[in-house]
Design a protein. Sequence first.
Length: 459
Amino acid sequence: MTVMNMSYAELEQFLFKLVCETFLGVMSKVLSVRDQYLLVTRDAARYEVLGAEAREVETRFGLVRLKRRVYRDVELGKRVYLLDEQMKLKPYQRIGPGLAAAVVTQVATGASSRAAAEQVAMELGQRVISHEGVRQQVLRSGEVLERQSEAERKQVEMLFIEADGVYVGRQGKKGRKRKARKRETRAIVVHEGWRPRSPGSEEYELVNRQRFVTQDSGKTLWAQVKQKLESRYESLDETLVVINGDGASWIQAGLELFGQAIYQCDRYHVTTELQEAMRGLEQCGPALEALQDNDLKRLLAALEAGVGQSRSKQQRQLIGKVYQSMRAQWQWILDYRIRLRALGYDTAGLRGMGSAESNISKLKARVRGKSWSDRGLQAVMNVVIALTEGRLSAAVQAVTTRSQAAIETVVQDAVVRITRQAVGQPPPPVRTGGLPALQGPETGTAHLLRCIVNSGFPV
């Protein structure tokens, strides 16, 4: 069948296969050129050639096969692969950075490891990575992100802790009871405040953010969190800690472990409860405005009016429950910045809290219907957060390492030449010039030279 007889789907598949084959051929040749360049430019006194060994790397376009030279490092007394070191490919690393980024991103956006592997196989028309390979990439990316949060100890005036929980499936024996296979996972985000993403930007990012994901609860959980924070911050008991949560007792338990701490009822949860209670009533808007303005008197008045507007007993009971909750917990519902100003703190630059709720909501969507090990859940939480913050690609590259940003001119020229040959594009035209002999008679040398030119030879 020729391309002129193909359907659109057949043509698309044919061209995609052609692109993949072209990519693999070019990549293999480019790596060969770089290996040859390293052979010529190496320190011959230090690196002794031992031979050549094959290597394979899985990419988004298929399997790249190459041979590169192995050397003996005379100074260190060990075998080295200069090409691998220049390309920052780790020993036995079979998954390339592009493929790794693709599968880790799929997991971060909700796919299971098996589904991510199947999706890549469907796109390429062949299986290039197993679900276990996908899982390992997620684990390693998560661990890199965890290490990136480490820093030298320092002292800060304030720390912000935002916590929330979600029930997820637990990996284990199939005979385990359904209830026992579910567990609440606690996600905690710690940061030093907020800053604009870029100068003049209206979007903000967290400063020196750290993440904790665990199944522990109460004082055990907070003891672990405090221990990790003490390894990073000096005089932690002198630091004001603001803890934000939905009112769960395990979150409030953190107040006992820090020398100076205040609690903030998560305004997202409070607003949601208020909207549900006042749904469909005229006083819903005024109630939400009063909450936004931190005006308890107006808020309670709106709730009382809402009871009179409600037509169902169930809604009246719900409004009454919210009314009692607002009165009893107002000291925690009141915006923490108002309380800090009353204590003499400068609140310039502080923003509303809710990072943990945002992150845990995304985590809920990603892990629903799946089962996780403790290590796997920690890793997927890290990559979900990194994806939302635009840092996932860099983390994956740190696992698989990034290619050299620019290579020597001689290698670049070779890459261009190989690519042109692979796609059938002719090389740049050679500069031509005129010869007086071409202007001669129709016989002799002038005639011979014109024949050469007309045959396509540049003169």
